[in-house]
Design a protein around this ligand. Structure first.
Ligand code: BGC
Length: 747
């Protein structure tokens, strides 16, 4: 019975000096004598235990509601699994005291290998930041780095070492409920936010007590589920994978994410969890990823339901040999890997590789040096819910708000205006923090009524999806007695998130009834939308003079929304997803292909790519968002010829004729006139947040190099082709007129 000695730990620690592989600043696996020595002493059963991750017996507040119901182990059973070396770690556990007890059990196991504590820390721990889709609306990737850092400080203080975030799935189909967890439909935003979230979670040193190891998920193309149905099949071309769905993962690894989660979905016939091409050929062969692959929740077992594996043993074999190192929740690796190795169906060398990756991860987050690194008593109290985090939550929420419409400058509200605050999201501790929260609590968040403060009459008017008896007359009376009606309507937080796909991406009918009744009073209306996805807005909603998207803004929801509504803060967010005209258009994304019969968005023309009733356009385009200024873009100024190895400047002067300062997000889009692979009608290649003073100007200036014009070519590698390109500097993906740029041929 020998345990890890302190000396061995230190020696190993020294040998484990960081060496960057592709994006993974992990210790060099082969030179880690300590890990090798440990491996040499492990039984096959202990090895399988190191690959077995289980949900915590004592779950984080909401954890139990976030996965399918199951009969988990008792706390005692989990403690004894830890003592017997049957467990590599747990996820979504509650509180450092419980984590400490488990770690004490683990260090008493035969080899004393510490547990790793994982959790879904998606957009905050106790202090909740806007849902990731909302935060992407800030078009401020550094904001995501800061909120991820704060989340890591809180979560690590509760003993968590590893977060199942960032979720980097591109989501182009608004029916899919999990769009709320990512950065929307655009690849550039997806890449930038993936990288900054990883950087934020991990901080400067993965072994620091306040660092969380990141996990890019869900690999791959989970967001491309057919018909927007969660878990559904995905069948996309390899080119689209490489052009659209892979880049955010590459960005996450580039930023140092040491782990990745395989997706639930099948990918063109082979489930991602058993997809050797994806998990081994691409991930390791091409990208040289050195980190750890973890399955999603029981995804290995689900290979049976996919019709891919015969039984549990077959499922374990297929997932493991394809490249899934660690199995989450099914227990299949624990149950079957020893026998599979014994039977020669799984090589011992492959088992050792996977275990080595786990030990390297544990070393990297500092656990082999000190199993109690994130478990010091008192840290949780000290760091969770810090006032600075609350202030950051307010700032992040303010920046995530998108002003879609503001006719006649109805917003900001004027001091002294009597406000009727109407709708199911007007007041109360619900639907504030968003759907994917293990540790947050709506009761600790600020609702809109509280944020707006005194002088506001509140009338719910309607349920979210049900009629509220007497609700409409009371709301109408409140509106009549007010100068302005603010209607807080939209989706509740359970209407998006995992397994919450919708067929119609609309505001539910009872709320539309309410809006109609309030509109009939003739009082000016401001609509504030709660939502976890893009919505197709009904004419009733569109008739309001002002519309604001509030997503789910987190702990400081009501304060931040009130800051913007009252004009203490100017709105600066932009849509990270296109809001289509009707639900039937989805999947609608701004970077769609032109087709051979493109339609203009004007009067309908026969035999063109448009719908009978609506054009193939957005109601509110990707990138759209108004300010409280009055913004116009001057002509694009550019040197029209770009030499093959050169660079050019492209700029536009932005003028604010309004009386209020504005923060404008200028966006740079491109499209080649022709290419060897058809290209989207526009593609975002850069953007800038610019302060434009009232009555003043600012210049959006970008540099373009040949690489910025690259795309995935015929041979599925990045290429750039000489020729003419349209270039836009514009306030959204469907605004502005292009200038032409000529890329010269190589010398
Ligand atoms: C989700 C993952 C999550 C896991 C653990 C799954 O249902 O797809 O995103 O990390 O549960 O909670």
């Amino acid at each position: 019975m020998s345990r890890l000695s302190r000396r061995a730990v230190l020696a190993g620690g020294a040998a484990l000096a960081a060496r960057p592989a592709f994006g993974v600043a992990l210790p060099p696996v082969t030179t880690s004598s300590r890990i090798e020595a440990l491996l040499g002493r492990m039984t096959v059963t202990e090895k399988a235990g190191q690959l077995t991750l289980m949900a915590s017996a004592i779950g984080g507040r909401a954890a139990t509601a976030l996965n399918p119901p199951g009969t988990g182990p008792s706390a005692e059973a989990q403690l004894s699994a830890a003592r017997e070396g049957q467990l590599t770690g747990i996820f979504n556990g509650e509180g450092s005291a419980w984590h400490r007890r488990l770690q004490q059990a683990a260090v008493q196991s035969r080899l004393g290998i510490p547990l790793i504590f994982a959790a879904d820390v998606i957009h905050g721990f106790r202090t909740i930041f806007p849902v990731p889709l909302g935060e992407a609306a800030s078009f401020d990737p550094d904001l995501a780095r800061r909120t991820a850092r704060a989340a890591a400080v809180e979560a690590s203080a509760a003993g968590i070492d590893w977060t199942f975030a960032p979720m980097v799935d591109i989501a182009r189909d608004a029916r899919w409920g999990r769009a709320v967890e990512g950065s929307g439909e655009d690849v550039l935003l997806g890449r930038l936010f993936a990288a900054t979230r990883v950087a934020g979670f991990q901080g400067r040193d993965l072994a620091a007590p306040d660092a969380l190891a990141a996990c890019a998920k869900h690999f791959a193309a989970y967001g491309a589920a057919e018909a927007g149905l969660d878990y559904n099949s995905v069948d996309v071309s390899e080119r689209t994978l490489r052009q659209v769905y892979f880049p955010p993962f590459e960005a996450a690894f580039g930023a140092g994410a040491p782990t990745v989660m395989a997706a639930f979905n099948e990918l063109s016939g082979i489930p991602a969890t058993a997809n050797h091409w994806l998990l081994t050929d691409v991930l390791r062969g091409e990208w040289n990823f050195r980190g750890l692959v973890v399955s999603d929740y029981t995804a290995d077992e689900e290979l049976i339901a996919h019709g891919y594996a015969r039984d549990g043993r077959d499922a374990a074999r297929l997932a493991f040999l394809a490249g899934v190192d660690m199995c989450m929740q099914s227990g299949l690796y624990r149950d079957h890997l020893p026998a599979l190795v014994e039977a020669g169906a799984v090589p011992m060398a492959r088992l050792d590789k996977a275990v080595r990756r786990v030990l390297v991860l544990k070393a990297a987050v500092g656990l082999l040096d000190d199993p109690f690194r994130r478990l010091a008593p008192g840290r949780e109290k000290r760091f969770v819910g810090l006032p600075a985090h609350r202030a950051l939550a307010r700032e992040a929420a303010q920046r995530s708000i998108v002003l879609l419409k503001n006719e006649g400058g109805l917003l900001p509200l004027r001091p002294g205006q009597r406000i009727a605050l109407i709708g199911p999201f007007a007041a109360g501790p619900h639907d504030l923090i968003g759907p994917w929260n293990v540790y947050g609590d709506d009761r600790e968040a600020i609702d809109l009524a509280t944020g707006l403060g005194a002088g506001v009459t509140v009338a719910p008017g309607s349920g979210v999806e049900t009629v509220l008896p007497g609700g409409i007359p009371a709301a109408v009376a409140a509106a009549r007695a007010a100068d302005v009606a603010v209607l807080a309507i939209g989706e509740s937080q359970v209407m998006s998130g995992e397994a919450q796909s919708r067929t119609e991406i609309t505001v539910p009918a009872p709320q539309l009834e309410l809006v109609r009744a309030v509109a009939a009073t003739g009082k000016p209306m401001v609509i504030v939308l709660s939502t976890g996805r893009a919505l197709a807005l009904d004419d009733t909603v569109l008739a309001a003079r002002a519309i604001v998207v509030g997503w789910f803004l987190g702990s400081e929801s009501g304060n931040a929304m009130a800051d913007v509504l009252r004009g203490r803060v100017a709105p600066s967010g932009r849509l990270p997803v296109s809001f289509p005209i009707e639900s039937g258009q989805v999947p609608y994304h701004y970077d769609h292909k032109p087709t051979g019969r493109p339609a203009s968005n004007g009067a309908p023309v026969a035999y063109k790519a448009r719908y009978r009733t609506v054009p193939n356009a957005a109601r509110f385009a990707f990138g759209h968002g108004l300010t409280y200024g009055d913004i116009t873009y001057g002509p694009i100024i550019l040197d029209p010829v770009l030499a093959w190895d050169g660079k050019i400047e492209v700029s536009a002067v932005i003028t604010n004729r309004g009386h209020r300062a504005a923060t404008e997000v200028a966006q740079l889009y491109v499209r080649p006139h022709s290419a060897s692979v058809t290209q989207p009608v526009r593609r975002l290649i850069a953007f800038q947040r610019l302060d434009v003073p009232a009555g003043g100007t600012a210049t959006a200036a970008f540099t373009i190099r040949r690489q910025d014009l690259a795309f995935v070519g015929v041979d599925k590698r990045a290429v750039t082709e000489p020729g003419a390109y349209d270039i836009w500097v514009a306030p959204s993906a469907e605004a502005g007129a292009p200038a032409t740029l000529l890329l010269g041929a190589p010398a």
